[in-house]
Design a protein around this ligand. Sequence first.
Ligand SMILES: [Zn+2]
Length: 433
Amino acid sequence: MDGARVDGLGERIRGRREDLVALTQDLIRIPTINPPGDAYTVCCDYLRRRLAARGFDCALIRGDGAPGDSDRFPRTNIVARWDSGRPGPTVHFNSHIDVVEVGPGWTVEPFGGLLRDGKIYGRGACDMKGGLAASIIAVEALIDSGLPLVGALEISGTVDEETGGYGGVAYLAERGFFSPPRVDHVIIPEPLNVDRICLGHRGVWWAEIETRGRIAHGSMPFLGDSAIRHMGAFLHALEDELYPKLAARRTAMPVAPEGARASTLNINSLHGGLDEGFDGFPSAVVAHSCRIVLDRRYLIEETVEEVRGEVVDLLDRLARERPGFAYALKELWTVSPTMTDRDAPVVRAVGAEIERVLGKKPEPVVSPGTYDQKHVARLGRLRDCIAYGPGILDLAHQPDEYVEVEAMLQSAHVMAAAAYRLLTGDLPSGSPF
Ligand SMILES: [Zn+2]
């Protein structure tokens, strides 16, 4: 590798500190709250103005007909491409531009972009406008560096990651934007800390289960059949049988935090009997319906058939053994677990640069929840994808969310130098971990 000139990248990026801060603040000040999916076009127009002026080909692409898409709230994405004019691979940086609602507890203006003590505050500062800004500075610095570049660099700002990504990365992946030959390597600058490489995420299985009973007068419940008691029997079975089994099931995935290295099950909601919105005096009825939503997160060692099967087995046994037990199961959402190989090219490139720039070994992690990598893997069929970016994941979605300027500078340096390695094929052998 061209040592001296690559080292110049760090200085070049540090020289852009003010630009990086201003860019991050500008992005935070555009309140791209999702839901409903506000100001997406404003944000993409801002990015287009900046990147087009620096020689990128920019396309604004609307996720037509995606969930939530409307003329009032169009699902506008931007894909910006800079081509060196010489044959070579494409390195793509993908960031979601949507942020979650503000919520209570803030002590600073959520869309003010306050800079204080080396931290920039605001909703989306860490998740993930700081990462987007860092990747833009990284790519611009690399282009301006005078290093002999081949291939192409891409930056995308995509929507709806916080609500499944269907109008964003999924929409684009279905249209070839995240597949070879257009793209070879993808880095998603989610807030995973500057020294960690996120290889993927656990799987998801969401299902609604309804138990059914028979309505009757509440003073004579024996004349009816309570759907809530049937659900109680199912909840018991979950407590006594499924929860211990899941807790004992450990994974080889390096999921962080540690507690998520097992299979997990959250009961998302539970409702039975009279309507929840009703605040008058209740009437005396036996509940004829009770519903719960299960949020099951599963491991790469499990299949979705097994995950579904162990719930259905419990329900079927209750149906055999418990008089009157009847149920319906509706699957709501499934995401396969995904994990990039520890010696994949993008892992080796970013790993080598974390070690060189930060002077420490990178740490592999896997996310307990999913993010847009699922669409890159399944729809784009592109395996060479990681999440790597500045910020502390625990701050995501919290009040007084912030990103540290120093972490953005460090990660931008790693991103720029790693992209250069990927473009030129200068990769160390073996896994960096
Ligand atoms: Zn995020």
